[in-house]
Every structure is written in C-alpha cells, then in structure tokens.
Design a binder for this molecule. Structure first.
Ligand code: 3PG
Length: 200
C-alpha cells in the first residue's frame, strides 16, 4: 500500500519533454509524489520519465480501464487513481501489486468500494460536492475509510481539508498548472509547490 503525503500534485502533461524538469522542480520543492493523468497522448512517456526521478513516487491518474493499469505500471506507476469506481481496475491493480485509489462521490459508491476491499478513496470532485463539510459527513459514517479529496481545490481551502483526520491527502493541479509547465517556467512550479506544502 502506498503511503500518501498530504499534497498530491495532479499533473497534465502536454509533452514528455517537460517531464524531467518537472520532476526536478517537484523534488527541489520537497514534493515526493505526483499523479500523471492519462489524458494526453504524451502521458505514458511523461510518466516513464518522471518515474525515474530519484525521490519521487509516481502514479497514474484518470485510469478508466484495466488495460491502462498495465500500461501505467509498465511505465513505472506505483499507484493508480481513478475518477470513479471500477472493479476491473481494482483487480488489475491488485494483480500488478500497486495501490488503487478509486473515486467516489456518494455514500452508495463508498459502500460498494468498501465491499471491494477499498479503504482509501478519492473524493471527487471535492469542491462541487460540498468540500470539507461533505468529506466530514461521509467520514462520520465510514470511520475506517481514508480520503484523498480532489477536484477544484485551491490553496485557500487546502488547510480546511487537511485538518480533517479522515483526509490523508488532497490532490490538485493548482501547484502544477498545465500552462506554466508548457511555458517551461519550472521556477514558478517549484515556488507553487513549496507554497502548497505550507497551506495557509
Ligand atoms: C483530477 O484529475 O483529479 C482533477 O482534474 C484534479 O483536480 P483540479 O484540476 O481541479 O485540481
């Protein structure tokens, strides 16, 4: 089982050419984990390069189907994150020996996830679903479940999630903006990541 740090950068990479510099910026800022979303043609190549960064655990995000688990793990992913719950993705992750974090948005989905043996879920999309208050309400009836809240979270709200005992991490793209990476401004990425690690 992967241990998650409190801040999980969710990265969308348009080009694998950015991956090495991004990895260096993340680690320089003190970040030790990142999720590369499988949403762009460059994602798997980028994941492969990023996964070679010493000191960085890299997972795949937006994993929608079983075959993507194999592709991601072959590229070096040590965890897979999905926006929703799919039994075949969970089974593939187990077969490959990596952690799977399925997305849930309701108590019913969370019950289904628990039945499938899941104890760490992604609460997605966290902000539109009610933010920290919604996580707190779910956590009160599922005390054995840990949450990674993701979706629409910015630096202003980070702490409100992280003070909840059930929230082990928050995911987000605010500290790794797609356009900043595309522009090659890794100093800005490093600064945003440093700031994210000390939520105000
Ligand atoms: C995800 O894939 O988890 C989300 O796109 C990340 O959410 P954010 O971009 O709203 O932070």
């Amino acid at each position: 089982m992967t241990n998650f740090d409190p801040i999980l950068p969710v990265v969308v990479l348009d080009s694998a050419a950015s991956a090495e510099m991004l990895g260096a910026a993340l680690v320089a800022a003190g970040i030790r984990q990142a999720e590369v979303t499988l949403r762009t043609p460059a994602a798997l190549d980028a994941l492969r390069i990023l996964a070679r960064t010493p000191g960085l655990r890299v997972g795949a995000g937006t994993v929608l189907e079983e075959a993507q688990v194999d592709d991601a793990v072959d590229a070096g992913a040590v965890f897979v994150v999905s926006p929703g719950l799919d039994g075949s993705v969970l089974a593939a992750a187990r077969r490959r020996g990596v952690s799977a974090v399925p997305g849930i948005a309701t108590a019913t989905e969370l019950m289904r996830a628990r039945t499938l043996g899941v104890r760490t879920v992604k609460f997605f999309p966290a902000e539109p679903l009610g933010g920290p208050g919604a996580v707190k309400a779910l956590a009160s009836v599922f005390p054995d479940v840990s949450f990674i809240a993701t979706g629409g979270i910015g630096p202003q709200r980070a702490r409100e999630y992280l003070v909840l005992p059930s929230v082990i991490a928050i995911g987000g793209s605010w500290m790794v903006p797609q356009e900043t990476i595309a522009a090659g401004d890794f100093a800005a990425v490093e600064r945003l990541c440093r700031e994210a690690l000390v939520p105000g």
